[in-house]
Design a protein around this ligand. Structure first.
Ligand code: ZN
Length: 212
């Protein structure tokens, strides 16, 4: 009944899905800017590896903008399935799932934390816990409007704190995010996690920039 009123749609092109199309439509499956094998893995400071199944372009970019700013949090389970595939293909191993939390102001404005939703979805399907490990202590300007890699690093330096070091001690942590560009945010989160005793940090982001 709900499907009649709100037929499931492809989160990328927004076309109505056929019965045979569970996650995304066949056309997007074929035509989205999927990262080739060699570009799926990136290395950032303090992060062993960051995997991404897609490039942040075209329909992917428009979809993520609707997810982040257009209230379409319903995309989270579908994004998480794509992330899960990529994580499995790349053989990532971890004990905890974490995310870079939004600051209080932005969370209030948006109503949901897009990274946390992805972490929770992955936690459910992989059966790996996602306790809140980090809090954001300052409302810095959004990374998307910040410019150069250096400016992005400076913009996030010192804005995350550990909730409880006992939670991360000797743990292998997976950081989940929607988009990774210069990696400044996940690097900074990884630095804080490792300083608190995390054994290792890897990451997964739905989309990466082509020239990271
Ligand atoms: Zn589609």
């Amino acid at each position: 009944m709900l499907d009649l009123l709100f037929p499931p749609r492809c989160p990328f092109c927004r076309g109505i899905l056929k019965d045979s199309e569970k996650l995304i439509c066949a056309r997007c499956m074929k035509e989205l800017p999927w990262t080739p094998e060699a570009a799926q893995r990136q290395k950032f400071r303090h992060v062993e590896v960051c995997v991404s199944p897609l490039y942040y372009e075209g329909e992917v970019r428009r979809s993520l903008l609707r997810y982040k700013f257009g209230g379409l949090s319903v995309y989270a389970p579908k994004y998480a399935r794509l992330l899960e595939d990529c994580i499995r293909r790349n053989g990532l191993e971890f004990d905890l799932i974490a995310w870079a939390p939004l600051g209080r102001k932005r969370l209030k404005k948006r109503g949901y934390d897009q990274g946390k939703l992805l972490a929770q979805e992955l936690s459910g399907s992989l059966q790996i816990p996602c306790p809140q490990l980090l809090v954001k202590t300052a409302d810095n300007p959004p990374q998307s409007g910040t410019g150069s890699a250096e400016k992005r690093r400076a913009n996030v330096a010192g804005v995350y704190r550990i909730v409880d070091p006992a939670l991360v001690k000797d743990q292998r942590v997976l950081l989940v995010d929607d988009i990774v560009t210069t990696g400044a945010t996940i690097s900074e989160c990884a630095r804080v996690l490792k300083a608190a005793g995390a054994k290792s940090v890897c990451a997964a982001a739905l989309a990466r920039s082509r020239f990271g």
